[in-house]
Design a protein. Structure first.
Length: 110
């Protein structure tokens, strides 16, 4: 779409261009449909034991019957390292500050 005002988009003009000049400029936009044409399974659901416990609580509270469809709980996609897994377990125990301290100790000062 031609003639679009760059507004607050600093990438629309080179560095150093005065604001009053940049407001007079126009830019272009290209819209892309990046959605999938097919169903895409969820990839960030809680692990099975958490979802099963949530389902138990749901039923204890007398809410309407659930009819889960697979996948209704999370599963490994193989992207986590053993260190990632250990940090997740640390967070589950409520010791998430341990991971923060570890990260702090690995900071590199400029």
């Amino acid at each position: 779409m031609q003639g679009k005002s760059p507004g607050l988009d600093p990438s629309a003009y080179p560095p150093g261009v005065p604001p009053h000049v940049s407001r007079m400029a126009s830019s272009h936009a290209l819209l892309i449909d990046a959605t999938r044409a097919w169903a895409y399974p969820p990839v960030s659901l809680p692990r099975k034991e958490f979802m099963e416990r949530a389902k138990e609580i749901w039923e204890e509270l007398g809410f309407p019957e659930l009819k889960p469809r697979m996948p209704w709980y999370g599963y490994s996609l193989g992207a986590w390292t053993p260190e990632d897994e250990a940090e997740a377990e640390t967070a589950l125990r409520g010791d998430h500050f341990v991971t923060g301290e570890k990260a702090k100790n690995h900071r590199v000062k400029p």
